[in-house]
Design a protein around this ligand. Structure first.
Ligand SMILES: CC(=O)SCCNC(=O)CCNC(=O)[C@H](O)C(C)(C)COP(=O)(O)OP(=O)(O)OC[C@H]1O[C@@H](n2cnc3c(N)ncnc32)[C@H](O)[C@@H]1OP(=O)(O)O
Length: 409
């Protein structure tokens, strides 16, 4: 069976939303639904129709994402859902193929997404490109190393987040270009970050902020909620749930963490998503106390391999012929010679013998600099024809800091 696919217009939003609600088993509260609609780019939605009814949906957000050495327009794939009555009939596959063709036509060479489940997207050429750590720290075991940075000119300011939105936006704009995977926030995204209706609080009180600043301005901020409680013996046992901690420099970063870890009446700090190379790991005297858990974060798809590979910077020189396997975007499936060094890159179609053969999702997983090509080689998922070719490409593609988006889209 085929299901005709087209973008929806605004009048079809309730039907589009219903498919998302059914797929995710989720009901947005009215303000959440309004924010969601406001950030939807209707000309970038797609719906698969069964007669007059929508059976499956997806959408793209036009993101400006940091990649190694710069920023790039990236198709941020979101809102993927197929009605439970229509699952496993190829609706998602049809939507994904059409969406990738649209993204290419739009001129974006890279697509990215957050996956609800890890097994879904590699078949469409997406690779696991960034990871996150969650920390669950006991305040009483959170001492810093003796040489943690300190800056006496820094002071803390407690403020209602909505009152300091301009400061938060300004600081965020200075840090967003520093780490691959981060993307610029539009006003709707900030509305979501700062949303504070009771349903957003989930029993953990209002959104709070603390800023680190000096005479010249704000150098960092943290956004969090506190769920206060006392145990049966009357000992304070509050929990601080951290949403964001951004800082322009190490001293502001250390001060903000210290202010959270030392918070009175709090015994546990739950940091839901942090980068895998979070400087807090080095600051803590006892890293085991992070009680970290690890998960995939962003998935990346090279929609046009050559343009994507020439749109980022390289850590080292490389000259390899890559044979790319790609069933979903056949224009990528050929041999490419990548010649790159820290001053620039060129990627040309060639007929030469390949140095390595890679599925396109392996390139996506290496694109933001996480160094995952060597992991794929060790797992037997790549074919190396010239010894050392994978290591050479992996070294050139690797980047510091490690990729992390930090906010679901
Ligand atoms: C970026 C985001 O928005 S992530 C959100 C994704 N959405 C959800 O998780 C909501 C709940 N789930 C759903 O709506 C649906 O199950 C979807 C969208 C995940 C899949 O839609 P379907 O139309 O059933 O997928 P489709 O029939 O095209 O499946 C294609 C292939 O993927 C496989 N597949 C689909 N979903 C999954 C899954 N969750 N886990 C493992 N394999 C899957 C199918 O088995 C099929 O494999 P095959 O080609 O070897 O037969």
């Amino acid at each position: 069976m085929t299901y005709p696919i087209r973008p929806i217009d605004e009048s079809e939003w309730p039907a589009f939303l219903r498919v998302l609600e059914e797929g995710f088993g989720w009901t947005p509260h009215p303000q959440q639904g309004a924010r969601f609609k406001a950030e939807t780019e209707f000309d970038r939605t797609l719906a698969a129709f069964d007669g007059d009814d929508i059976a499956g949906v997806t959408a793209v957000l036009s993101l400006t994402m940091t990649v190694p050495g710069g920023q790039l327009p990236v198709g941020g794939v979101t809102s993927v859902s197929v009605l439970p009555s229509h699952r496993r009939r190829g609706v998602l596959s049809a939507l994904m193929r059409r969406q990738l063709a649209d993204i290419r036509e739009r001129g974006e060479s890279v697509a990215a997404l957050y996956a609800s489940e890890a097994p879904i997207y590699s078949r469409y050429g997406y690779g696991r490109a960034a990871h996150e750590l969650s920390f669950r720290i006991n305040k009483h075991a959170s001492a810093f190393v003796a040489n943690a940075p300190q800056d006496p000119s820094l002071r803390l300011r407690v403020a209602k987040p909505a009152d300091v939105r301009a400061d938060l936006e300004k600081l965020f704009a200075t840090v967003v270009t520093r780490r691959p995977g981060r993307y610029e926030r539009k006003p709707h995204a900030w509305d979501g970050v700062l949303a504070d209706e009771e349903a957003d609080q989930r029993g953990a009180g209002p959104l709070r902020s603390v800023l680190a600043e000096d005479g010249a301005g704000v150098r960092g901020y943290a956004l969090f909620r506190i769920k206060s409680s006392w145990d049966g013996n009357g000992v304070p046992d509050g929990e601080l749930k951290l949403y964001e901690l951004e800082a322009a420099d190490p001293a502001a970063y250390a001060l903000l963490w210290r202010s959270l870890l030392d918070r009175d009446l709090v015994s546990k700090i739950d940091a839901g998503t942090r980068p895998v190379d979070d400087p807090l790991i080095a600051l803590l005297a006892d890293q085991r106390q992070l009680r970290a858990s690890w998960s995939d974060e962003l998935w990346v798809r090279l929609v046009e391999v050559d343009r994507a590979l020439t749109s980022r910077a390289y850590s080292a020189a490389v000259d390899v012929v890559i044979e790319v396997e790609d069933d979903v975007c056949p224009w990528n499936a050929r041999r490419w010679r990548l010649t790159a060094d820290p001053t620039g890159a060129e990627c040309k179609p060639v007929e030469d013998q390949p140095d390595l053969t890679v599925p396109v999702n392996a390139l996506g997983s290496a694109y933001l600099g996480d160094g995952l090509l060597l992991e794929s080689l060790a797992a037997g998922l790549l074919r190396e024809h010239s010894p050392g070719a994978v290591r050479s490409l992996a070294t050139a593609l690797s980047w510091s800091p490690k990729p992390w988006a930090g906010l679901t889209f």
